[in-house]
Design a protein around this ligand. Structure first.
Ligand code: 5GP
Length: 183
């Protein structure tokens, strides 16, 4: 385990098994259709690439980058930093997110992408932290439901660090208090 973590919450093996199950469900639900996976940068990239390889229907990938976080705290204000490259009008769209916490980011995305007239629009999140919800969001596919702890790894960062950890873990309090950065 990385020295800055207090515990590993979801191991590499558990991640792999959970994503395999999600892939099976999604493949069955979208069988014979072409699915647009919309990855939310940067946190969802590891999850998205592993998940996409478990989906047997035809898939295309597109990305959005949104911002509502600075360090550990949500500012509650969502901004689009990078928009989709392709039109989603008439498409089956599945938003792939690393974690739904307050739900503000996902609620904004659903509202925004919904206006572009997709054929269907659903949400798949690796992690769900339901105890902190401020906006109700319909999540169709959830990998793991977790307690109210600040987690890093497998795409999730703190000040841009720890995304490459092959598991999801809880950061030590002192690392957050010390505001660790990477230069
Ligand atoms: P929400 O808008 O649901 O509060 O937050 C969504 C975004 O906040 C996620 O995409 C993620 O970037 C960030 N976030 C929320 N909780 C955590 C957490 O426990 N760890 C990390 N690293 N990011 C989080």
């Amino acid at each position: 385990m990385h020295k800055d973590l207090q515990e590993v919450l979801i191991s590499t093996e558990e991640l792999s098994a959970g994503i395999e199950k999600l892939g099976e469900k999604i493949s069955a639900d979208y069988e014979g259709r072409c699915l647009t996976l919309v990855g939310v940068l940067k946190g969802s990239v590891f999850f998205l690439t592993d998940l996409a390889r478990r989906v047997t229907s035809d898939v295309r990938l597109d990305f959005m980058m949104l911002s509502s976080y600075s360090g550990e705290r949500s500012t509650g204000v969502v901004r689009i930093l990078l928009d989709l490259k392709e039109s989603i009008e008439g498409s089956d769209v599945l938003i792939v997110e690393d974690i739904v916490d307050s739900g503000l980011t996902m609620s904004y995305m659903l509202q925004n992408l919904g206006t572009r007239r997709p054929r269907s629009l659903e949400v798949c999140t690796l992690l769900d932290k339901p105890s902190r919800r401020r906006a109700e969001v319909p999540i169709k596919y959830t990998g793991f439901t977790i307690p109210d702890k600040f987690v890093v790894g497998y795409g999730l960062d703190y000040n841009g660090i720890y995304r490459n950890l092959p598991y999801v873990g809880v950061l030590k309090r002192e690392i957050i208090e010390g505001n660790k950065t990477c230069r």
